[in-house]
Design a binder for this molecule. Structure first.
Ligand code: GH3
Ligand code: MG
Ligand code: MG
Ligand code: MG
Length: 312
């Protein structure tokens, strides 16, 4: 028996020995120059990119729509329709989904380049390709994309994940649960009498309290747990592989430390607490709305019972 399997950290290798359990970048290479394509594919795979090849525009379009690659390398002179025509067809979707398109072309007249840039491509490389420059460019494009992907799921004020990511994680955990029956818990956290903090000390101090809570939670949970700002002064923590009573222990610890945190404003020390409600996924309740509703009800029970406490 492999003990690491139970931790969910077991490596999954594909035929080429890539670790498919890690996030990876798919590149679609549309070019009819067989020799160049083979060379680029080999060079890219050495950098751990996944590469699909299309030797015609038609095939390229098919792969684009079916697999949603992370980046596209596109030739202009293709055997069927021109790369410019391909661009016309895919640029809208590519822009919307932030899929960078890099033109690699033996035809690089100013008119062609201008046309491509005006359609919205970011980069235009001329053949023959310098492999070092090529790889450096690709690396930067992915870096930019990764930064963007991160920025759209993180809340600016607190650094917690936002509602969009909350929904993604929920979906993934429910999917895992249905497959493996691996339990997870959701804790909702709502600050107590937060409106009064704002009214007494001002909105900026309120913001600092939100940031302080976020730092405390982030530093108190495990790597595999996910902390999100659910909205306003309400937060959520996903705890995979954790039943409700273990989640309770985690939240209690945070609750105690938070209540003991000294805040200072207007020359006085004040304290803030939060209430929490926990729900655990079950076979009967494995729909996102149900799980949130149950945690929300538990949260309201904590509020009713006097706040600064957690209910299962
Ligand atoms: P309860 O204990 O019942 O939860 O009372 P409460 O005052 O915390 O709840 P209520 O929903 O009445 O007020 C929440 C307040 O949170 C009102 C809103 O202005 C404030 N708030 C929401 N988002 C932010 C924010 O980003 N910054 C600041 N400073 N305040 C915020
Ligand atoms: Mg060609
Ligand atoms: Mg509140
Ligand atoms: Mg609230």
């Amino acid at each position: 028996q492999d003990s690491s399997a139970s931790l969910g950290s077991v490596k999954q290798l594909d035929k080429k020995g890539h670790d498919v359990s890690l996030p990876h970048n798919d590149i679609l290479l549309i070019d009819d120059d067989v020799e160049l394509v083979a060379y680029l594919k080999e060079s890219l795979e050495k950098q751990n990119y996944y590469v699909s090849i299309a030797l015609s525009a038609e095939r390229g379009l098919k792969i684009f729509y079916e697999t949603k690659p992370d980046l596209i390398l596109l030739d202009i002179l293709l055997p069927d329709i021109s790369g410019i025509e391909v661009l016309n067809q895919i640029i809208g979707k590519a822009k919307k989904e932030r899929i960078p398109i890099i033109i690699i072309s033996g035809e690089y007249s100013k008119a062609t380049q201008l046309h491509a840039y005006r359609l919205g491509v970011m980069d235009f490389l001329s053949k023959p390709v310098d492999i070092d420059l090529f790889l450096a460019l690709i690396k930067n494009r992915f870096e930019l994309k990764r930064e963007w992907q991160e920025s759209i799921i993180v809340d600016e004020l607190t650094g917690a994940f936002n509602r969009k990511h909350f929904n993604q994680v929920m979906k993934q955990l429910i999917c895992d649960f249905k497959r493996t029956e691996r339990v997870f818990s959701l804790a909702l956290i709502d600050l107590d009498y937060f409106k009064k903090i704002n009214d007494t000390y001002g909105h900026l101090v309120g913001d600092e309290v939100l940031q302080s809570l976020s730092e405390l939670v982030q530093s108190s949970i495990r790597m595999e747990d996910t902390f999100c700002r659910f909205g306003g002064e309400e937060f959520a923590v996903f705890l995979p592989n954790t039943d409700a009573s273990s989640a309770l222990t985690v939240i209690h610890r945070i609750q105690e430390r938070f209540a003991a945190t000294d805040f200072i404003a207007k020359d006085e020390v004040f304290h803030v607490t939060f209430s929490s409600g926990i729900s655990e996924v079950t076979a009967a309740e494995n729909i996102a709305d149900k799980i949130v509703e149950e945690a929300d009800q538990a949260l309201y029970a904590s509020k009713d019972a006097g706040r600064n406490q957690t209910t299962l």
